[in-house]
Design a protein around this ligand. Structure first.
Ligand code: NAD
Length: 415
């Protein structure tokens, strides 16, 4: 996975003509932490897990990035995702660097109390390297507001009241209105911009989606509110489709209750693997990485892919999509709404001041549309696709900040 994100980086670095030395400075993570977690299970036995936190770059501010609880979590995943966070925070121009981490556990097989004990044991181990001005975790796959609350509580035991150490907290515990749906809302704005580029609107646009968790479900709800039609959706347990559009509010409620779209009565079940090649105007991968691969990319029917998930397209698939003329709105732009509202939450915590929802929504929309516009401008100027343009813009911003903080004995043109 790390190799894939590096390939995208190098492609943009080639466009900028960066030396090997500067590439190495920009790609090397500043800190990689791996800890062994031992916590008590409900039956008195011991749970053993490994926790990771990779802080990739902090030239533009404290490190920022989610925590993922998943059996596949390892150093490679944490490093690749931390790397993406550095570029993502630069694209939406929030004052952060990039980080990512998590634990190689499967919360679906654990009790709430076990998840809490494992979380607290993890924070106890990494507390010295996180903090409001150092590194601020947030939710990602299989982590949520409850877990963020435990992190705030555990950290505050050592350092005093510190709500700004973590974002994505519950609303009643210094969370921000609009944070839960922020990534999905940002995906919707990114899609709207891509459609406008093609002289089209959201009304009547058909969408196929993989993943109906935090990102997917909110994106689907907001797209449907603007007249888009969700024609197929798949999650890890099942999939449903309806040619003239699923009833998204009903599906949203069903998904909240059953934690899956499987069995939703308002559509026909199908093999979820087919969602990537479903007949629709737009494909939104919003589950895990490597969803669009060399095997299925050639059969993608959508003309626009908006990457709600992180790293859902392999580099080989990206080439195939480009050859087919598919517009890909890359993850580091499309799903940056989450970190943007995390920044609003952090700013509110530091100021001890609460924003109203309309302010959050307005600022998020402004940030996403401005970021999309900046990426589009680079794409036009350098005659590259949106992904390469996004990396070019991000490398310029991170590189300039790094160079202003510390001189390098080398002439570098980051224009
Ligand atoms: P989530 O845990 O809320 O939901 C994940 C969804 O993916 C679920 O519907 C699950 O069933 C589905 N899924 C998992 N494996 C699947 C498979 N093999 N096939 C089909 N569906 C599968 O997670 P989330 O927060 O919605 O995150 C989804 C993606 O978006 C991840 O790549 C994450 O890194 C990225 N992301 C999340 C945020 C955020 O704010 N939550 C921000 C930026 C990026």
């Amino acid at each position: 996975m790390l190799e894939a994100s590096h390939r995208y980086f190098h492609h943009a670095a080639d466009v900028l003509g960066l030396s090997d030395k500067i590439r190495s400075i920009l790609l090397t993570p500043r800190r990689v932490v791996k800890v062994e977690i031992v916590a008590e299970a409900d039956d008195g036995s011991l749970l053993h897990h490994t926790g990771f936190r990779v802080q990739h770059n902090n030239a533009r501010g404290p490190c920022k990035g989610g925590l993922r609880y998943h059996p596949t979590m390892d150093e490679d995943h944490a490093s690749a995702l931390a790397n993406l966070m550095t570029w993502k925070t630069a694209i939406v121009d929030v004052p952060y660097g990039g980080a990512k981490g998590g634990i190689d556990c499967d919360p679906s097989t654990m009790s709430r109390f076990e998840v809490e004990r494992v979380t607290r044991a993890f924070i106890e181990q990494i507390r010295e390297v996180i903090g409001p001005n150092l590194d601020i975790p947030a939710p990602d796959v299989n982590t949520n507001a409850d877990i963020m609350a435990w992190i705030m509580d555990e950290y505050s035991k050592y350092y005093g009241f510190s709500p700004a150490v973590v974002t994505g907290k519950p609303l009643h515990l210094f969370g921000s209105v609009g944070r839960e749906e922020a990534t999905g809302r940002g995906v919707m704005y990114a899609l709207d911009e891509a459609l406008q580029d093609q002289g089209r609107g959201m009304e009547g646009t058909t969408v196929a989606m993989q993943g109906f968790g935090n990102v997917g479900s909110h994106a689907a709800r907001l797209i449907a509110e603007r007249g888009g039609k969700l024609v197929a959706v798949a999650d890890h347990l099942g999939a449903v489709a309806k040619e003239d559009g699923l009833d998204v509010p009903a599906l949203f409620a069903y998904g909240r209750e059953h934690r899956t779209v499987k069995g939703f009565p308002g559509g026909e079940p199908f093999d979820g693997g087919d969602v990537i090649t479903w007949k629709a105007d737009v494909l939104i991968p919003a589950a895990l990485e490597d969803a669009i691969t060399a095997e299925n990319a050639g059969d993608v029917q959508a003309g626009i892919v908006v990457e709600g998930a992180n790293a859902p397209t392999t580099p080989e698939a990206d080439v195939i999509l480009a050859e087919k003329g598919v517009t890909v709105v890359p993850d580091i732009l499309a799903n940056a709404g989450g970190v943007t509202v995390s920044y609003f939450e952090w700013a509110q915590n530091i100021q001890q001041f609460r924003w109203e929802l309309d302010r959050v929504v307005k600022e998020l929309e402004k940030t996403m549309r401005r970021a999309y516009g900046a990426v589009r401008d680079v794409a036009k100027e350098k005659e590259v696709d949106l992904r390469t343009a996004a990396f070019v813009l991000a490398i310029q911003r991170v590189g300039r900040a790094g160079l202003s903080r510390r001189s390098v004995r080398e002439e570098i043109d980051l224009s």
